[in-house]
Design a protein around this ligand. Structure first.
Ligand code: PLP
Length: 432
């Protein structure tokens, strides 16, 4: 037990438990794993080396690891309508690199969402290794936040990308997947979706699944709306042809190329404890309880959007189809998302700053704030509680013009103790 060995780490764990229980977690990408998932993740599978596929390993003694990995693969395929699943990439970031490496040669082009519009660092950025290897051309949304398909088509015809990438880290609407696929097919590109944020709702079959609309490859992190361990899935249609033979560069060979990119091209050995936990989480994802959770998270998000609009806040796209709401503070006394994130943090409410379409501000001080419901919904929050949460946020943001006043910290402390009282009513798995 940690408490009997390392008192310093034990203290940090206890403080983190307190923070998670008393705080209000509204960062759209965070969530709480279940007790069963945590247990599988800290199981003895952490001691075991494996590689390549179940039933085709290099190391011996895989009779148990093969079973858990095969379960994870079979469940993932069934839930997400895929013919092939790779469950080994260590994170979303690692999985994105594997997909790029599997499907592109150096200096091939990828068409992706612009930095100023909810980009994700692992899709491309000048500060990343990816910028040395691949050529990136970016598209944007229209001013109202809608995807500009005419622009995507124009850019695709001009630059002939190998990959057209859909999905981003802060987009509150459904995407028209068929339109992406139509353009990709026209220019012989691969349609790739990074579904990291909304995967939980696809698992519950309440948001659209890009594979059903002809997308060639999808990737997701497993710890966001899914509530799984920190890992990832790469899913596609078609099946592995001959794992021993270097595959030709065709669409039918996507699964073979992906498996080979994960091992031995880029990543090598997976973490079998995480794969065991992914298998457990996939089991949980098939239960009615998970479906109810996913439906509630979306209901909560809709109520949150309405409640902000009723209070005269400006929202990107004026609403939401998923678990996140993006407030736009441009031309308001709050000025930007950084100010909002800072003051909300003072009262124990975690959110994240976010860009808005064609943001006039730089990414470190963007105009928007992203607020998500998955974590608090796991803790049991319902529509009426969301109204209270929006009231806390509204009261806190209204203090921004008064930050220099004498009684500012008094007001903040009062709100903070109310936030703690409120949040503590809702339990967090493994913390009581
Ligand atoms: C979170 C996220 C990632 C990165 O996932 P990690 O597992 O944290 O590496 C990649 N893409 C998108 C869109 C994300 O939201």
């Amino acid at each position: 037990m940690v408490q009997n060995t390392d008192s310093q780490v034990q203290k940090a764990i206890l403080n983190e438990q307190k923070r998670q229980l008393e705080g209000m977690e509204l960062i759209a990408s965070e969530n709480y794993q279940s007790e069963a998932v945590l247990q599988a993740q800290s199981s003895v599978f952490a001691n075991k080396y494996s590689e390549w596929f179940p039933w085709k390993r290099y190391y011996w003694w895989q009779e148990n690891t093969d079973i858990v990995e095969q379960l994870a693969i079979d469940r993932a395929k069934q839930i997400f309508h895929a013919d092939h699943a790779n469950v080994q990439a260590l994170s979303g970031a690692a999985a994105n690199i594997c997909v790029y490496a599997a499907l592109m040669e150096p200096w091939d082009t990828i068409l992706w969402m612009d930095l100023s519009h909810w980009w994700h660092l692992t899709h491309w950025a000048p500060v990343t290794f990816l910028s040395k290897v691949f050529n990136f051309i970016s598209y944007k949304t229209l001013e109202n936040g809608e995807i500009d398909f005419d622009e995507i088509r124009r850019l695709a015809r001009k630059h002939k990308p190998k990959i057209i990438l859909a999905w981003f880290s802060a987009y509150p609407r459904e995407l028209d997947y068929s339109k992406f696929v139509e353009i990709a097919n026209e220019v012989w590109a691969i349609a790739f979706a990074d579904m990291s944020h909304i995967w939980g709702f696809i698992a519950a079959w309440i948001l659209k699944n890009p594979l059903d609309y002809g997308f060639h490859v999808m990737m997701t992190t497993t710890h966001k709306s899914l509530r799984w361990p920190r890992g990832s899935l790469i899913l596609s249609k078609w099946v592995v042809s001959n794992p021993l033979k270097k595959p030709e560069n065709t669409i039918e060979n996507i699964p073979t190329r992906i498996d080979r990119a994960v091992f031995p091209w880029i990543q090598w050995w997976p973490h079998m404890n995480t794969i065991a936990a992914i298998a457990v989480a996939l089991w949980e994802a098939q239960t009615d309880k998970f479906k109810e959770y996913a439906i509630q998270a979306l209901k909560n998000s809709k109520v949150m959007a309405e409640e902000f609009i009723n209070r005269w806040y400006k929202l990107v796209t004026w609403g939401t189809d998923n678990h996140m709401v993006i407030l736009d503070f441009s031309n308001t006394p709050i000025e930007n998302g950084k100010n909002a994130e800072y003051i909300l943090d003072l009262v124990g409410i975690s959110t994240s700053k976010s860009t808005i379409p064609d943001d006039p501000n730089p990414p470190f001080r963007p105009s928007g704030l992203r607020i998500g419901t998955p974590a608090m919904t796991t803790r049991g929050v319902k529509e009426d509680d969301i109204r209270i949460i929006v009231d806390f946020i509204d009261q806190t943001l209204k203090l921004i013009p008064f930050m220099q006043e004498k009684n500012f910290s008094e007001k903040i402390n009062k709100l903070k103790s109310q936030v703690i009282e409120f949040s503590k009513q809702f339990p967090v798995p493994r913390i009581n």
